[in-house]
Unconditional design. Structure first.
Length: 125
């Protein structure tokens, strides 16, 4: 899907959307060979807000979040925010991460999520 900065209504099938490779940086990967892919459905003209779909195969990696609200539509993952308890996130769960949160993701079953990001700085998409 192409990135759209219009203000029109948008609909996408989260489970069936075509995704592009979004490889994790080698220094992020802690274990296994997690393969990530995604698409941006919409972004603001200043690139500080966006909506999209993301998927990742099993493996373990580190991540630093923009402010993110996400809903898993497939899979299961254990996410451990730095200094906090680990939490399991599974199909149907909604999760929120404050901007700057450092996490470790241990993907047990390929996950797919719909997400909304907000960032103080322009996002790299």
């Amino acid at each position: 899907m192409s990135t759209d900065t219009t203000t029109g209504t948008l609909k996408a099938s989260v489970g069936e959307a075509k995704l592009d490779p979004w490889p994790l940086a080698p220094e992020q990967v802690a274990e296994g060979d997690p393969q990530a892919s995604g698409t941006i459905l919409w972004k603001s003209t200043d690139s500080r807000l966006c909506n999209g779909i993301w998927e990742c195969s099993p493996g373990t990696f580190d991540w630093v979040h923009a402010e993110e609200t996400a809903c898993l539509v497939a899979g299961r993952v254990t996410v451990t925010p730095e200094g906090e308890e680990a939490m399991e996130i599974a199909t149907g769960d909604l999760v929120f991460f404050p901007e700057g949160t450092k996490t470790r993701w241990q993907v047990h079953e390929t996950v797919r999520k719909a997400f909304h990001l907000r960032s103080s700085d322009p996002l790299p998409f």
